[in-house]
Design a binder for this molecule. Structure first.
Ligand SMILES: Nc1ncnc2c1ncn2[C@@H]1O[C@H](COP(=O)(O)OP(=O)(O)OP(=O)(O)O)[C@@H](O)[C@H]1O
Ligand SMILES: [Mg+2]
Length: 279
């Protein structure tokens, strides 16, 4: 069955966009046909492939805002010649149209995916979000059957995570939308620091009981905490090549400062995380 994955967290800088990138490349490596949708007006995912988002503003076939008027939106091939990885790019206009007064505006992305029969074309659709809980986030949640939440293993992140769960619960119950799976990915984990270890433990121990107690609709889905993704310079380094960390470490292994065993361990960790989400 096709998977529509919303990668979300109302906190900024938690690795949402980086997660979308390695998820996409690993899914492609597993012979899936993948669509990335940039649903963040900051357009970091779009910029990450080397595009200038301004190119997609205004009357443009690849303007993500066309989702809100249910026009066709063009996809861009960002993979190899076999066209197994496509992107719908974003631009700042999404932030403006998302605030507008449109009937049924929370369900526009879901309608768009259905109307364009995207699930007949792609095995996996991965959607990047902005660091808020707003109309755009609600759209991606109501369009998805899986929610992936990267969370930084640092002080005070837990409060924001609880806020995200409560907002998601309200969205799902208000719209009577069921998801299949919710996966929390502890990200940017630094085992050398006490605070990182402490917060990984808190995330592991507190998350599922919190959901069970406070979020009855989410509880109906499979919920899990994945293995932690370590803090590694390969992540920012990968972006200077416009690549995901997965592709960077696979293609440019000699240029990364990571030792072979550490590099292979990271690649295996990422593959395992993706495998558990997209079974
Ligand atoms: N595991 C990691 N180790 C080191 N750096 C990381 C890791 N994951 C992400 N980063 C870096 O952290 C920064 C923020 O990541 P990213 O842009 O993916 O976060 P985001 O949640 O999408 O941010 P925003 O909320 O602004 O959209 C980037 O510079 C990225 O390269
Ligand atoms: Mg981002």
């Amino acid at each position: 069955m096709s998977k529509i994955i919303s990668v979300a967290n109302q906190k900024g800088g938690v690795a949402k966009t980086a997660t979308c990138r390695y998820f996409a490349d690993i899914a492609v490596a597993q012979e899936k046909k993948v669509l990335l949708i940039d649903f963040d007006p900051q357009a970091s995912l779009t910029k990450g492939f080397g595009f200038n988002p301004e190119l997609f503003e205004g009357v443009n076939d690849a303007n993500i805002c066309n989702v809100f008027n249910q026009e066709t939106v063009n996809v861009i091939n960002v993979g190899e010649e076999d066209e197994t990885l496509h992107l719908i790019p974003s631009n700042r206009e999404l932030g403006i149209i998302g605030q507008g007064n449109i009937i049924g505006k929370d369900l526009m992305l879901r309608k768009f995916i259905k109307k364009n029969k995207l699930l007949e074309v792609y095995d996996v659709i991965i959607i990047d979000n902005n660091p808020k809980f707003d109309t755009m986030t609600i759209n991606t949640i109501l369009a998805s059957n899986i929610i992936v939440i990267p969370v930084v293993t640092a002080k005070d992140e837990q409060e924001g995570l609880h806020g995200f769960f409560k907002n998601t619960e309200e969205t799902l119950s208000t719209f009577d939308h069921a998801i299949e799976k919710m996966v929390v990915i502890p990200s940017r984990y630094n085992k050398a620091t006490k605070v990182s270890k402490e917060y990984l433990k808190i995330i592991k121990e507190d998350t599922l009981p919190f959901i069970e107690e406070m979020c009855p609709t989410i509880s109906e889905a499979e919920t899990m905490i994945s293995e932690a993704v370590p803090e590694k310079v390969a992540f920012p380094d990968a972006s200077s090549y416009n690549l995901s960390v997965y592709k960077y470490l696979t293609l440019y292994s000699s240029e990364s400062s990571m030792k072979k065993d550490k590099r292979e361990k990271l690649l295996t960790t990422l593959e395992e995380i993706v495998k558990n989400v997209i079974k």
